[in-house]
Design a protein around this ligand. Structure first.
Ligand SMILES: Cc1cc2nc3c(=O)[nH]c(=O)nc-3n(C[C@H](O)[C@H](O)[C@H](O)COP(=O)(O)OP(=O)(O)OC[C@H]3O[C@@H](n4cnc5c(N)ncnc54)[C@H](O)[C@@H]3O)c2cc1C
Length: 558
């Protein structure tokens, strides 16, 4: 408990994730402080992350989205919440905020001010965006508008512009309401925070549930009952949801002369303080350090917002709680599957200048022999120089988020692949295999770094093959090969390699394709022992290559 000499005036602008957390923390730390929240919307502390699930019908009680009320905040924390009240000006020298609300224009003084204004969904300047059938999803009133539109107009088709996690969650929600959904994403993949092969897996999963996904094309204009795309085509749509990004809410901060960083977020120091010593900020509106490469980024997610609110509150009362950034760990439910990621993607790690290695593990989420096992795709990204873990991605029906949380913990601890290989993780057949996929991914990465089992990603392999002098050696079983044949490869099943060595050229670099990378590793050892030097295992084998741009299998093994 921090002891204060007089009733400190703590003012918070924005009363949802960061703001509400900060208010509760302030009260717990200081029973005497005067705490006020200004919230321009009609609700304080609501579950914005839950909105798609209410629209989809999984959450059935609207009131369960209201985590706290104005009255509840007062009775539990003696926090004065002013709803429908917008802060319109900060006078830094007088330490006064001007607000407009039901009581008219008021001036509220502060000793310490917290900006927790979040962001707002980007509305692209397109013809037709103001239509009554065009929506954004950010607040409870947004959710109510969508639901009453669906009830009254019963649209049979919807277009969602944007294939990020909110767009994908909303695709499932609208689908559950009986609406045929098309996602239109300008980038070549959905879930741009993950690598392209995971974007491709996710797209495939969505399509298998009846969602149409159009990537590499944008929305050009919105008409009454259709959407025009940049490629000249149009899609019938009785409603349109725009979910194309979040812009930090900085009007007040800019007008007050607070420093904005290169990422477009408000600058704070390691204690969440802005360049004004009496103004702190937290949540979607700020820029923070990425915990892996230390560069400034914006990570508009609820976990960081809540933690930042807690830290800011502590420091507003004179505490010294440091904040050193976030990893961007995220997870999204997509029908019966889960996609999750943490740290840097492969492309992010390359852009950051690391000497990148990747390892894939395609394995059942628990022992295959125990009933109910489902496939899991796991990728780790590491630095070949230091063997430090840089990030991870996972997708599957079960167990994806568990592996990503292990990797997030490892990233926080700056662990290397040696550490990951040694992690002692819980095992019994209904839960796992004796070697968790995280352990296995580390083994694969270490084998690559040491040169014992050098590997190349499917994308790197293609580059080598196009450059010439390289050959793909396909060691999948005859059944696997015949169901998804790869042209221009030498096909010798792994079990026959020892007997057919004379068919394998020595004057070319060999890239071994197995089903998932495992038999490729075994085959590589056979070839090395028999004098082949320029030989690489294709990381993740067919199961990674089939999702990689440029690889063409004539059918799928599924
Ligand atoms: C549909 C949806 C689903 C999501 N799902 C997830 C998820 O699954 N996982 C996850 O990690 N994140 C999720 N997020 C993101 C997460 O909700 C945000 O990162 C988080 O809420 C940010 O917290 P914040 O406090 O910075 O801002 P917010 O929670 O947005 O709160 C900011 C508040 O400030 C108020 N405000 C702004 N300006 C003023 C002003 N001048 N005066 C008074 N009040 C003002 C706003 O009205 C708003 O209520 C989701 C977001 C949405 C919209």
């Amino acid at each position: 408990m921090i002891v204060t000499e007089h009733r400190k005036r703590m003012l918070i602008i924005g009363g949802v994730a960061a703001g509400a957390t900060a208010a509760a923390r302030l009260r717990r730390l200081d029973e005497s402080a005067e705490i006020t929240i200004l919230e321009k919307g009609p609700y304080v502390s609501f579950a914005n992350c839950g909105l798609p699930y209410f629209i989809g019908g999984e959450i059935t009680r609207r009131s369960s989205l209201l985590l706290q009320t104005k009255e509840g905040f007062f009775s539990r924390y003696r926090v004065d919440v002013k709803l429908n009240t917008e802060a319109v000006e900060i006078n830094r020298s007088a330490k006064i905020v001007t607000a407009r609300g039901p009581e008219g224009e008021t001036e509220i003084g502060y000793d310490k001010l917290l900006l927790a204004q979040g962001g707002a969904p980007v509305t692209p300047p397109l013809p037709g965006v103001d239509g009554k059938h065009v929506f954004r999803i950010w607040t409870i009133p947004d959710m109510d508008r969508i639901l009453s539109y669906i009830k009254e107009n019963k649209p049979s088709r919807a277009v969602i512009a944007g294939g990020g996690f909110i767009g994908l969650e909303m695709a499932e929600a609208l689908h559950a309401r009986g609406i045929r959904v098309t996602i239109v994403e300008l980038s070549p993949q959905v879930m741009i925070t993950m690598d392209p092969e995971f974007g491709a897996m996710i797209k495939d999963g969505l399509e298998s549930h009846g969602i149409e996904v159009r990537t590499g094309v944008g929305v050009k204009g919105i008409r009454h009952s259709s959407v025009e795309l940049t490629d000249g085509s149009s899609i019938e749509a009785g409603m349109v949801l725009l979910s194309v990004g979040v812009r930090p809410e900085l009007t007040l901060a800019k007008a007050a002369g607070l420093t904005i960083g290169g990422t477009g977020g408000l600058v704070v120091d390691g204690t969440m303080r802005t360049n004004d010593p009496d103004i702190y900020a937290a949540g979607d509106m700020i820029e923070i350090a990425h915990k892996v490469h230390g560069k400034k980024v914006r990570i508009p997610l609820a976990g960081p917002a809540n933690r930042q609110g807690r830290i800011a509150a502590t420091n507003m009362l004179g505490g010294r709680m440091p904040y050193d950034g976030a990893l961007g760990t995220s997870v999204v439910k997509l029908f019966d599957s889960t996609a999750a990621s943490t740290g840097l993607s492969e492309k992010g790690a390359r852009e950051a200048g690391f000497e990148v290695g990747v390892a894939y593990v395609f394995k059942d989420h628990h022992a295959t022999y125990y009933p109910g096992a489902t496939p899991l795709a796991l990728k780790i990204v590491y630095d070949k120089k230091s063997s430090r873990l840089l990030g991870g991605e996972a997708y599957g029906k079960n167990g994806a988020e568990k592996r990503i949380d292990v990797l997030a913990t490892a990233l926080h601890g700056k662990m290397t692949l040696n550490d990951l290989a040694e992690l002692d993780l819980a095992y019994a057949p209904p839960y796992n295999s004796a070697n968790d996929p995280v352990n296995l991914a580390a083994f694969v990465g270490l084998n690559n770094i040491s040169g014992y089992s050098p590997s190349k990603t499917p994308a790197e392999t293609l580059e080598e093959i196009h450059r010439g002098g390289a050959l793909a050696l396909d060691v999948r079983t005859f059944g696997e090969m015949s169901r998804a044949p790869l042209q221009d490869a030498l096909h010798i099943p792994a079990d026959e390699v020892r007997d057919r060595l004379d068919e394998i050229p020595k004057d070319k670099s060999l890239y071994i394709l197995s089903k998932d990378g495992f038999l490729g590793h075994t085959t590589l050892q056979i070839l090395k022992a028999n004098g082949w030097n320029r030989v690489f295992n294709i990381a993740g084998g067919y199961l990674a290559a089939r999702w990689t741009d440029g690889w063409c299998f004539h059918a799928s093994l599924d």
